[in-house]
Design a binder for this molecule. Sequence first.
Ligand code: RP5
Length: 163
Amino acid sequence: MKSLPFEKVTIVMGSRSDWATMSNATKPLTELEVPFATVVVSAHRTPQRLVEFASEAHKKGTQVIIAGAGGSAHLPGMIAAMSPLPVIAVPVESRFMTGMDSLLSIVQMPRGVAVATQAVGASGAFNAGLMAAQMLSLSDSDLQQRLIAWREQQSEQVPLSVE
Ligand code: RP5
């Protein structure tokens, strides 16, 4: 088997089908020049890969994990249970309950194991990338300057009126 990819931010998703959502996390990371890797790990279909990923990530240079999953969505919480790294979670829209199941499954963590849950779907994935960059900017002043400029540019793009 090929070895697992790790980067400063590693984006993990429960299925190839989550990529349409999770690819949004790469947008702010790319714009802010934050290195990232992507990997598919299913808590249910590839449990051994889950254990390897979660127990190795902090030893392989990853500083923040972004984890997206849909439906029963155990992936973010299980990674958080096995890794000391911060885990930012993205509830992926599901076919059955349009992501309400994913959201409730991910957000309702027991005390003592923390997951930072974002909004359901593409906006949540985008914000997960942004949040990861903000976390890394605490110890990277160049990145913090890029973030400040990125936010200013975003503000400038909001029109004053609809006319
Ligand atoms: C979850 O089941 C995945 O995160 C995905 O959102 C959902 C459906 O997966 P597929 O059946 O499309 O592979 O584990």
